[in-house]
Design a protein around this ligand. Structure first.
Ligand code: GNR
Ligand code: NI
Length: 164
């Protein structure tokens, strides 16, 4: 296992659209294990492959209070959404910035597990928010894109100067 480097906004590589995984093999399982280690080390509750400069559709999440519920999803897709909710979000790729984002309150996701088996998951609360946030990363989108241009510009300038 390895702790991977996390890209920081405004790095243009964060805007890459990740490609679907054609085969869930040992390479993908190793990537997922490294992503989990990186996420726990950060620490964070989710991580998308895009953030570690791998442009394939893999996400990991653990929203459990004990940090003992690691989940890895390959080629995740939201197939149903219900309701709206606002939550204070942060992002390991936008360190030190927290702001409110409105997303679907409940989702149904379809994905592959690390054995390549299809699964469906109903999620709400932080898990639903986190999955939507991670899938956004795979599409090159960041939570700051939901904020006003003025706020985003301030954040971009601050982080570009820090060059974290
Ligand atoms: O650690 C994280 N916390 C978080 C809090 C609210 C909404 C989304 C998140 S995800 C973030 C980790 C991260 O950047 N994942 O891409
Ligand atoms: Ni993020």
């Amino acid at each position: 296992m390895a702790i991977l480097d996390i890209l920081h906004y405004p790095d243009p590589r964060l805007r890459t659209r990740a490609a679907p995984v054609a085969q869930v093999d040992d390479r993908i399982r190793r990537l997922a294990a490294d992503m989990l280690e990186t996420m726990y080390h950060a620490p964070g509750v989710g991580l998308a492959a895009t953030q570690v400069n791998v442009h394939e559709r893999v996400i990991v999440v653990d929203v459990s209070p004990e940090h003992n519920d690691p989940r890895c999803y390959v080629n995740p897709v939201v197939i149903a959404k219900e309701g709206e909710e606002e939550m204070e979000e942060g992002c390991l790729s936008v360190p030190g910035v927290f702001d409110t984002v409105r997303r679907a309150e409940k989702i149904r996701m379809r994905a592959l597990d690390l054995q390549g088996q299809p699964l469906e998951l109903d999620a709400d609360g932080l898990l639903a928010v986190c999955i939507q946030h991670e899938i956004d990363h795979l599409d090159g989108k960041l939570f700051v894109d939901y904020l006003s241009g003025l706020k985003r510009d301030r954040i971009r300038k601050k982080l570009a100067k820090a060059a974290l």
